[in-house]
Design a binder for this molecule. Sequence first.
Ligand SMILES: [Fe+2]
Ligand SMILES: [Fe+2]
Length: 381
Amino acid sequence: MNAHTKAELAHSAFANTAEEAIAAQDALDNGIISSEEATEVAMQNTLLTPRFYTTDFDEMDKIDVTPVRKDWDVLIAQMKSDPNKGHFKKNEKWGKVDWDGMEPKLRAEFIDFLISSCTAEFSGCVLYKEMKRRGSNEDITTLFQLMARDEARHAGFINDALREAGIRVNLGFLTQQKKYTYFRPKFIYYATYLSEKIGYARYITIFRHLEQNPDKQFHPIFGWFREWCNDEFSHGEAFALLLKTDPKLTQSFQNKLWIKFFLTAVYSTMWVRDHQRPLFHEALGVDTTWYGQEVFRKTSEISKQVFPLTLDIDHPRWRPNLDLMEVASRQVAAGKARGGVGGMLTRLAGMAKATKAFVSLYTIPAIKHDVPQSTVLKPAY
Ligand SMILES: [Fe+2]
Ligand SMILES: [Fe+2]
């Protein structure tokens, strides 16, 4: 990634100024939203919304998995056996969802959660499918075909849940019209590895919490999370193996800085996004701050399988700067909504605050680890 793309990543929260996007977000805030508006929300590209990625597929096609062959074959065989084949279908456990009886603001946040999850799942599907289509390396195309299969199911299942609320994210339209962000392959590995593992940690943390507090399960989709997150876990395992094929990717000084950058960006984005859905977390009976730290803890523990460093999430500068990022992101959004010169100044001040908080987070000394010979892990949470 060049300096420009890096700056774009760090600053993209304020890059999207489309009025339609704001109008769609307003409609969403009121809990009344059409399929067109849902698709418009999914089209948004900010630091906080899921993006679509493209990469140098030829370079990825050249990966040689020989150094990890044994673990690779076991993982592929397990994915081919398709343990979740019948899982993403509604059954009697689903029941009737009372969308109309849902408190409007909670409904709005929950719909926002579903749209953003659907977009994220579909983003994986689009990227993986493209790799399968362009590649000729059988190991690589087989893996990406299997992962695309899973992500298509995941996105489709969420879309199905949204349909009951009268909403459908137009995935075909998204594929054609949503902006694609270019990442060179190694950044795809870091970002995708992390997003798969953090996805696992997010889904399993909610699932385990609801196991203990079944009265808080306000929508049946949470009951599907355990098997679901095992898919994400396997995808993360695959990326861990890909990272392991080339020791430089995780061991060189420069790449360690990149790993730290992606860890910080992914964690802080999740924190800010989740804190913007207070009613959703309240309805689940989850303290958002506890949830964030718990997900970071699990993700860090898992990522030791391949990353030689983890972030110090108990450092005194960690939480205050995440909170500052959140305040700054609200300020950027408020400036964007206001428009004009005043709005722009508000936005610029927000951007400066966010950058400062990010730098403060990034410069917290990381915790170093020895990385095991084999990356193989089982989903144990
Ligand atoms: Fe998924
Ligand atoms: Fe996944």
